[in-house]
Design a protein around this ligand. Structure first.
Ligand SMILES: [Mg+2]
Length: 268
C-alpha cells in the first residue's frame, strides 16, 4: 500500500508531527511530500484548549504548511455532539478558548456560569480551568443538562512532566455529581475523526498516530485503515504485539514512509 490509495491523511499531532515545541525530525518534509502527491493533510487533536487558528499558526511556525481549516479539534467534534442533544441556546463552556469558539461556530452561546438558561455543558481542557469552573460544571451536571466531554485523556504532557488532563478534570465533576458524561468527542471515540471526514468529504482516509489506545483504536472503531509511527508513545514492538481495535493496519518508524516510493509495512 502507498499514499496514493488515500485522499485524506488524518495526523495526530503530539508524538507524530511535533514533540513539545519542536517538529518531529522529517515530519515537515513528509507532510509537504504527501501534499505534493495529492493527499490532503488534516491535523486532528484531542486538545480542546486552542482554536484551530491557534493550532494552525503553531504548525506554520514549525514549517508545516497548514491552513486554519486543516485543523480539527475535539472541541469542534464536541460542539457537533452538543447539537445532537440541543438545538440552540446557552452552553456552559468549561476549558480554553477553543471550547467557546467551537460552540459559537455551531450557533450556540457559550457562557461561563451555570443558570436556569443553560441547556448543556461542554467540558474540555484549559490551563486556566480551576475549582470555580469545576463547581459550575457540577451545578450543571447535577441539574441534569446534557454533558459533553471533549476528551477523557487522564494526563497531559507538559515540559515539566505529566500534568492532569481533561479526563482527570471530568473525573472530579463525575465524582461530585454522581454520573458520567453523556458523550465524548475525542479519540478513541469516533466523533473527532467523523468530524474530520465530514468536513473534508474524505472517501478513503488514513489515520496516522503514535498511540494505540487512542489514535489506532479510533480509526479501528470507524473501520478506516491506520498507520502507527514510532516517534511518540508506542514502539514497533508495541505495534506488532497489539490486538483487537489497537492493532494498526500499517507500521512505520516515522513519517518518512510518506515519501514517494516508500512501501508501507502491513501488520499481518
Ligand atoms: Mg499523539
Amino acid at each position: 500500500m502507498t499514499i496514493g490509495a488515500h485522499d485524506v491523511l488524518l495526523f495526530d499531532l503530539d508524538g507524530v508531527v511535533y514533540i513539545g515545541a519542536a517538529a518531529v525530525p522529517g515530519a515537515v518534509e513528509a507532510i509537504e511530500s504527501a501534499t505534493a502527491q495529492g493527499a490532503r493533510c488534516i491535523f486532528v487533536t484531542n486538545n480542546a484548549s486552542r482554536t484551530p487558528a491557534q493550532v494552525a499558526l503553531h504548525l506554520r511556525d514549525l514549517g508545516i504548511p497548514a491552513h486554519d481549516d486543516d485543523v480539527i479539534t475535539s472541541s469542534m467534534a464536541g460542539a457537533t455532539l452538543v447539537a445532537e442533544h440541543i438545538s440552540g441556546g446557552n452552553v456552559l463552556a468549561i476549558g480554553g478558548p477553543g471550547v467557546g469558539a467551537a460552540l459559537s461556530e455551531r450557533g450556540f452561546t457559550p457562557v461561563s456560569t451555570f443558570g436556569p438558561d443553560v441547556a448543556a455543558l461542554m467540558q474540555g481542557y484549559g490551563p486556566a480551568v480551576g475549582w470555580a469552573d469545576l463547581a459550575e460544571a457540577t451545578y450543571a451536571v447535577r441539574a441534569g443538562v446534557p454533558w459533553i466531554a471533549t476528551n477523557l485523556d487522564a494526563t497531559f504532557p507538559s515540559p515539566r512532566g505529566i500534568a492532569p488532563g481533561n479526563g482527570a478534570l471530568v473525573d472530579v465533576v463525575a465524582r461530585t455529581a454522581g454520573r458520567r458524561p453523556d458523550a465524548v468527542a475525542g479519540k478513541p471515540e469516533p466523533a473527532l475523526l467523523l468530524e474530520a471526514i465530514r468536513r473534508t468529504g474524505a472517501t478513503a482516509p488514513l489515520m496516522i498516530g503514535d498511540r494505540l489506545d487512542t489514535d489506532i483504536a479510533a480509526g479501528s472503531r470507524l473501520g478506516i485503515p491506520t498507520l502507527l509511527v514510532c516517534t511518540g508513545v508506542a514502539s514497533r514492538l508495541d505495534g506488532l504485539a497489539a490486538s483487537g481495535e489497537e492493532r494498526p493496519t500499517y507500521l512505520a518508524d516515522d513519517l518518512a514512509c510518506l515519501l514517494p516510493n516508500e512501501a508501507w509495512v502491513a501488520v499481518a
